[in-house]
Design a protein around this ligand. Structure first.
Ligand code: HEC
Ligand code: HEC
Length: 216
């Protein structure tokens, strides 16, 4: 186990990194198409290209950090993160297989998502939240943790740029209601709890339209 320690806003955060060996993307591809032996194969929902599906609420996995993906799949397997749709598909994977499947999706290229242009007012509100925050309501800018361009930082802070808006909204609401609570130090729970429905809508719409690679 690696332990990262960092200072954020005067608080010491001890984030526990997931210890994992580098997976084998070739073996991962076989699991993506075959599944874990009992559930549905990943390809059925996340696609071979890791694009996911906005309307269905299937997240895009292409180009996300392998360590982050490993942590999430392990959390579904252990029940630390709950999803009746997801958990049965990964509960029979061993640690090596999880590393392999994560390595496969992490290595895929991420073409920007094509979405219809959003309402300017909504996008402006979303951009302000993501880049400047809402200090009157103790909401730190998303990019403080999720990195410049919200493309993610290491294995602890996932990429949000280019993620599907439906999925982003679902996750923020899951933290707000407490159904997702597997985040280190409950960093997200605290933030999502303070976001209004309008802010959730706006920040999801803006983030989804950003370049996953951080380009303008
Ligand atoms: C039946 C559809 C379905 C299948 C099959 C499926 N998933 Fe998922 N996956 C989902 C849904 C829905 C979510 C979001 C669930 C939630 O809200 O936590 C998800 C979430 C995830 C996440 C979290 C992503 C993030 O950004 O936090 C990972 C990682 C993941 N799936 C990997 C896999 C892998 C690996 C497989 C195959 C072994 C797989 N999934 C099979 C539907 C599916
Ligand atoms: C203090 C640090 C911090 C800030 C600020 C922050 N986040 Fe997060 N966020 C995290 C961490 C840590 C995770 C990963 C949780 C886990 O490992 O399960 C996360 C995960 C997420 C996820 C889930 C991504 C996925 O793939 O499942 C979403 C969506 C999200 N954050 C949205 C936001 C938005 C929107 C903002 C700004 C309004 C924001 N975050 C600000 C720390 C932060």
């Amino acid at each position: 186990m690696q332990v990262y320690r960092g200072w954020l806003f005067g608080a010491v955060l001890a984030l526990t990194g997931v210890a994992h060996g580098a997976g084998d993307p070739e073996k991962g591809k076989l699991i993506v198409t075959a599944g874990d032996g009992s559930g549905a194969p990943c390809v059925a929902c996340h696609g071979l290209d890791g694009a996911g599906n906005d309307l269905a609420g299937f997240p895009r996995l292409a180009g996300m950090d392998a360590g982050y993906l490993v942590k999430q799949v392990r959390d579904y397997r252990s029940g630390a993160r709950k999803s009746a749709v997801m958990s049965p598909n990964v509960d029979d994977l061993n640690d090596d297989q999880i590393a392999d499947v994560a390595a496969y999706y992490a290595a895929l290229d991420t073409a920007p998502t094509s979405l219809p242009s959003g309402a300017p007012g909504t996008l402006a509100l979303g951009e302000a939240l993501a880049t400047k925050g809402d200090w009157d309501h103790y909401i730190v800018p998303c990019e403080t943790c999720h990195g410049p361009g919200n493309v993610g930082v290491g294995s602890d802070f996932p990429k949000l740029a280019g993620q599907h808006p439906t999925y982003i909204k679902q996750q923020l609401k899951a933290w707000k209601t407490g159904t997702r609570n597997n985040d280190p130090n409950h960093l997200m729970l605290a933030i999502a709890g303070r976001l209004t429905e309008t802010q959730i809508e706006a920040v999801a719409a803006w983030l989804a339209r950003q370049d996953p690679k951080g380009g303008k």
